[in-house]
Design a protein around this ligand. Structure first.
Ligand code: MG
Length: 250
């Protein structure tokens, strides 16, 4: 199913998206809310990012071709950094370029949404802790990224984590086409089969360190083809079966 969080008449709602119709739920789908029988339409609501995570764990350098374009070394263990909850951005909203940076990049990424508390999860059990998948843009102030140093500053600005438009529990994360388009031009194109560290391993690895909570997200890394965005640009990140995450740049 496809799950959405939305704003209608000033109130946050949760629903299941079927074509252009939303079947309204009694509460958050992460809490196993049930369908109320009420309906609304996609065109009548403002879609919000489908999750509001307590933490966003992000994997760097997880596609070989992207490591090459950044002139970095292939990691032996996952490169992990975090984005603050304040960087979350809804679909269709503005990515704000900060005054400290002259080069702000898009990074299309498969985003894993955790279903329930996960600690010391074995790799073979890991996918049972996944609620579903969505699209994220790991926006990065490339000129503030330090090679071998911390990445929290360059990736932690407000508006630097668009997520959406919906969560699907119907896709196989091991083989999904992934693409980004800047003003309609294809910039990144790959497939999640090219991930160096796969979703099940990442959940096991991360949960061996910290408890993953319901609604936490893992951004799994971006393929090659990153470049900067300017004011007025439109960036679209699309993953097979997960729709298009579109944002404007200001
Ligand atoms: Mg990234």
């Amino acid at each position: 199913m496809k799950y959405v969080r939305f704003l209608e008449n000033g109130k946050i709602g949760y629903g299941i998206l079927r074509d252009k119709e939303i079947s309204i739920l009694s509460g958050n789908f992460l809490d196993h809310a049930e369908e109320t029988g009420e309906k609304t339409e996609l065109g009548k609501v403002k879609l919000l990012s489908p999750v509001s995570p307590s933490k966003a764990l992000c994997i760097g350098l997880n596609y070989t071709a992207h490591i090459g374009e950044l002139d970095m070394a292939r990691p032996e263990k996952p490169v992990v950094f975090m984005k603050p909850s304040t960087s979350l951005l809804n679909p269709e909203e503005h990515i704000v370029r900060p005054r400290q940076s002259k080069r702000v990049d898009y990074e299309a990424e498969l985003c894993v949404v955790i279903a329930r508390k996960a600690k010391d999860v074995r790799k073979e059990d890991a996918l049972s802790y996944v609620f579903g998948y969505t699209v994220a843009n790991d926006v990065t102030a490339r000129d503030l990224q330090e090679k071998g140093g911390q990445w929290t500053i360059c990736k932690g600005f407000d508006t630097f984590m668009p997520i959406g438009p919906y969560i699907s529990d119907e896709v196989d994360p091991s083989h999904l086409e992934i693409e980004s388009r800047l003003n309609g031009k294809v910039m990144q194109h790959s497939n999640t089969e090219n991930l160096i560290f796969k979703v099940d391993f990442l959940i096991s690895y991360l949960s061996s360190v910290m408890t993953l909570e319901k609604g936490d997200v893992i951004l799994t890394g971006t393929p090659k083809g990153v470049s900067g965005m300017d004011a007025g640009d439109i960036i679209e990140c699309e993953i097979e079966g997960l729709g298009i995450l579109r944002n404007t740049v200001s």
